[in-house]
Design a protein around this ligand. Structure first.
Ligand code: SAH
Length: 269
């Protein structure tokens, strides 16, 4: 891979509204790119900015590598510095992009994500879980911890359950705020997600999402209290409802969904 950095950082002034914090440390940039598995058929970089990650992928991956960037100024910069990208440099909003037009399977997503929309980025990934086999991304440290958290942990929450239902998630390493321009107020971390073998959750997916969200919205309450409106009298005394949401594994949320579905009457949501 090419190692020299041909970018001129001063050409794009970081915009707060777009969550722009440009990574300035070449070794970290390389280390992030190295986490990509070689088997992806399509690689999409989200928000390339001035191309600190792009420069380490553009040569090796050319032909299967796309960049989606929303900022006009960054796009102009990337066009000049990475002309070989051609049509594969796309000006647009990743959250609205139709990812299936870039590949049907084995797709990887990489990026130093704009932190203000990182959960939306993960929900967009989830929408394309049939295509996206891998995500390597830098996010706010707390977000990375939540994504990778297991049941029983304080940080285990909606995103942990909904993402881990489909992806194995590893917290890779922490990144200090002073390697960004401008430095963010929080620490960052890189995570890697790999699609697991699940093709069918084993329960009604929509209801699963509703239950997980509802349960964690009042995470200190027992499931009996937070889910009460959807529980029929014949299951409400079941002892699983004495638990709090952070005590349940993914599998237990699936079982819980099936339990509620089995008794769902016309008046239950
Ligand atoms: N990868 C670069 C920039 C990271 S900052 C680096 O590490 O230095 C986040 C980048 O995401 C910015 O370039 C910002 O313009 C871009 N961005 C923000 N919202 C976006 C969206 N909805 N879709 C695509 N790119 C977006």
């Amino acid at each position: 891979m090419k190692t020299e950095d041909r970018r001129q950082k001063t050409e794009v002034r970081p915009k707060k509204a777009l969550g722009q914090h440009f990574l300035t440390d070449q070794n970290i940039a390389k280390k992030i790119v190295e986490q990509l598995s070689p088997d992806a058929e399509t690689v999409i970089e989200v928000g390339a900015g001035t191309g600190v990650l792009t420069q380490y992928m553009v040569q090796d991956l050319l032909g299967k590598f796309y960049v989606i960037e929303i900022d006009k100024e960054s796009i102009a910069y990337l066009k000049t510095h990475f002309p070989m990208l051609g049509e594969r440099l796309i000006e647009g909003d990743f959250l609205k992009a139709d990812l299936s037009q870039y590949g049907k399977q084995n797709m990887a997503i990489i990026g130093n994500f704009p932190y203000n929309i990182s959960s939306q980025i993960f929900f967009q990934v989830l929408k394309y879980k049939e295509q996206v086999v891998e995500v390597v991304g830098m996010v706010q440290k707390e977000m990375a911890e939540r994504m990778a958290a297991k049941e029983g942990s304080k940080t285990y929450g909606i995103l942990s359950v909904l993402m881990q239902a489909w992806y194995d998630i590893d917290y890779l390493f922490t990144v200090h705020e002073n390697v960004f321009n401008p430095p963010p107020k929080v620490k960052s971390a890189v995570i890697k997600m790999r699609r697991n073998a699940v093709t069918d959750l084993g329960c009604d997916e929509k209801r699963f999402v509703t239950i997980v969200k509802q349960a964690f919205n009042q995470r200190r309450k027992t499931l009996r209290n937070s889910l009460r409106p959807m529980l029929s009298p014949d299951i409400i005394e079941n002892e699983v409802f004495n638990k709090r949401p952070e005590q349940l594994s993914i599998k237990e949320f699936v079982d819980l969904t099936n339990l509620i579905s089995s008794c769902a009457s016309h008046d239950a949501p």
